[in-house]
Design a protein around this ligand. Structure first.
Ligand code: GDP
Ligand code: ZN
Length: 372
């Protein structure tokens, strides 16, 4: 360690956020340039292309998109540096690998395609299961009347959400979204055709994503070749682009489902059901069962969750007691699976999978190789 480094205070350290990972290189967005005297004035870029210090490799410290890092020995002429330290993560999602994400920007269209409350609920359940903050963004508000908008506002507020009405084509609500994302790491999610690319282009003009010209298989093609990347929103905040979408699976524990409905959470915060393991169906003295609009949705999604779980347990036969582990060498072997407790909270891995579905069809293998 040089003399300079040993006497350096925290403020002297060059910090940034990893916005993209490619092979062994990390693109790092430097913290507020103007306040950091370490950055020479004639350095025009906001980014440094960094490698990872061998010491980090040795201790097995991975660097993923979203990581806050300390950079040593910047070479301002070449725009290079070396990551010497990864600051502790506030959140960590494995699929896609994103550190420090704060918020999911869930985008749906009000019309074209018209808002399907069942599909929306399915996405909301998935988003809730990640335990990140959710910003529900309803796009194409130019296609409905003010009165219709008021009706949606009221309905969704009864669900426990405060939607932001936006129109990407008419530039409405964009500033509000920017406020939500200010200083945050956001992840954009939602079905295709709702205007996600259009919104990204409004939020981040430099992104210039193609709008509405791709569909079906082509769209997948567009996304599978892409890496997870955080776009810098002018004025503050980072946003991960989301690829196309699958109908999210209901692969959480059935007993967790109620936690993913704000309406049910509210009821449960006011009192307890008589039975600790209440499924909130027909049990006596249940505090969740009630006349809230989506109680019916809860019932239907609970049945679907249970049958999904049964289906998963049945195929293949070995799934229930052992799991297939594929080793790096390519060989595979069966390992005993931990007994699944009935009321177990969903594991971290499950949460990661949840995000993966919400996020869409990314080439996981590619990302894992990167993250390694
Ligand atoms: P994505 O598949 O979610 O990325 O959606 P796109 O951004 O590709 O948009 C799909 C279609 O919706 C395109 O034809 C857009 O022009 C249109 N669109 C996007 N935002 C709006 C909006 O705010 N209002 C209206 N009327 N159309 C929009
Ligand atoms: Zn109950």
């Amino acid at each position: 360690m040089s003399e300079f480094q040993s006497t350096a205070t925290n403020q002297d350290q060059l910090k940034g956020t990893v916005v993209a990972v490619q092979a062994n290189f990390y693109r790092v967005l430097l913290d507020n340039k103007n306040q950091n005297f370490l950055i020479p004035e004639n350095f025009k870029s906001d980014y440094l292309l960094c490698t990872r210090r061998t010491r980090l490799k040795k201790i097995g410290q991975k660097v993923i998109v979203g990581d806050r890092v300390i950079i040593e020995e910047p070479d301002w002429l070449d725009g290079r540096g070396a990551i010497s330290q990864v600051l502790s993560r506030s959140t960590e999602l494995k699929r896609p690998p994103i550190a420090n994400a704060d918020i999911i920007l869930l985008v749906f269209a009000l019309e074209e395609p018209s808002l399907d409350t069942w599909q929306l609920s399915r996405f909301l359940i998935k988003a809730e299961s990640t335990q990140l903050k959710i910003c529900l963004c309803l796009n194409k508000c130019d296609l409905i009347t003010y009165q219709q908008q008021q009706q949606w506002q009221e309905r969704l507020s009864n669900w426990g959400y405060n939607p932001v009405f936006v129109s990407a084509v008419q530039n409405q609500g964009i500033e509000t979204l920017k406020e939500y994302l200010q200083g945050k790491i956001g992840i954009l999610a939602g079905p295709s055709g709702v205007g996600k690319s259009s919104l990204i282009n409004k939020l981040i003009p430099a992104a210039q994503l193609r709008v509405g010209k791709v569909s079906g298989k082509l769209q997948r093609g567009r996304h599978t070749t892409r890496h997870v990347e955080l776009f810098n929103i002018p004025g503050g905040g980072l946003l991960a682009d989301s690829p196309g979408f699958n109908q999210p699976d209901l692969d959480h524990e059935p007993t967790d489902l109620a936690l993913y409905f704000p309406e049910a959470r509210r009821q449960m915060s006011l009192g307890n059901c008589q039975f600790k393991n209440c499924s909130h169906r027909d049990e006596p003295n249940c505090v969740v069962r009630g006349d809230w609009e989506r109680y019916e949705y809860y019932r239907v999604f609970l049945e679907k969750t249970i049958s999904y779980k049964k289906q998963q347990q049945n195929v293949p036969d070995t799934e229930s007691s052992v799991k297939l582990k594929v080793k790096k060498s390519g060989k595979s072997q069966y390992e005993p699976r931990l007994a699944s407790k009935k009321y177990r909270r969903s594991s971290r891995r499950e949460k990661h999978q949840n995000l993966q579905e919400l996020y869409g069809e990314i080439n996981i293998q590619e990302i894992y190789e990167e993250a390694e």
